[in-house]
Write a protein that binds this ligand. Sequence first.
Ligand SMILES: [Zn+2]
Ligand SMILES: [Zn+2]
Length: 209
Amino acid sequence: MLKIESFNLLPSFMTNTWLLWNDETHYALLIDPAAPDKKLIEIIKDNNLQVTAIVNTHGHGDHIGGNSYFKDAFGCPIMIHEDDANMLINNKKNLSEFMGTPMTSYPADRLLKDNDIIEMGPDKIRVIHTPGHTPGGICLLVDKLLISGDTLFEMSIGRTDFPGGNHQMIIDSIREKLFVLPDDTVVFPGHGPRTSIGMEKQNNPFLRG
Ligand SMILES: [Zn+2]
Ligand SMILES: [Zn+2]
């Protein structure tokens, strides 16, 4: 059975680092590791999980700050959409310089595209390209679980005033690629509490009408 849990590794930005795993196969994905964290490594080891990939929903510093640390620990590939890949290795592009702690990550091992499949053992996770917050923003879908990065939040959407942001594009991404999913799809965003596609379709003030 698939399990998902959030960890707050970067309290100043309240970024959700998501650990997705299958409690039968013990394969896991680490999504948006915000910062190095020894305790999370221990939790993963104590539960006998094997991290098959680090996946970034986009290239902002508060979502990639733990990439190199966790890659060193688990030896797994780093994956990001091709349009955000250069943010990993440029502290201006990933905004970490602007956030006050310039950092970079190891470069991507795999460049993702819309509709790509990430394998987590026998589980297949689908990449949905949702540009708007950044050019290479993605959501990840498996069964009725959607990891939405900074594209869709509970009652809100990602900022589009950073370089590469585009308001109309994020609205189109959400309407055309996320709101077509079943209402009971549970949404696990990059910040804040979980929600569902049905809840947001009805109540999200940025997307009504
Ligand atoms: Zn962001
Ligand atoms: Zn963020």
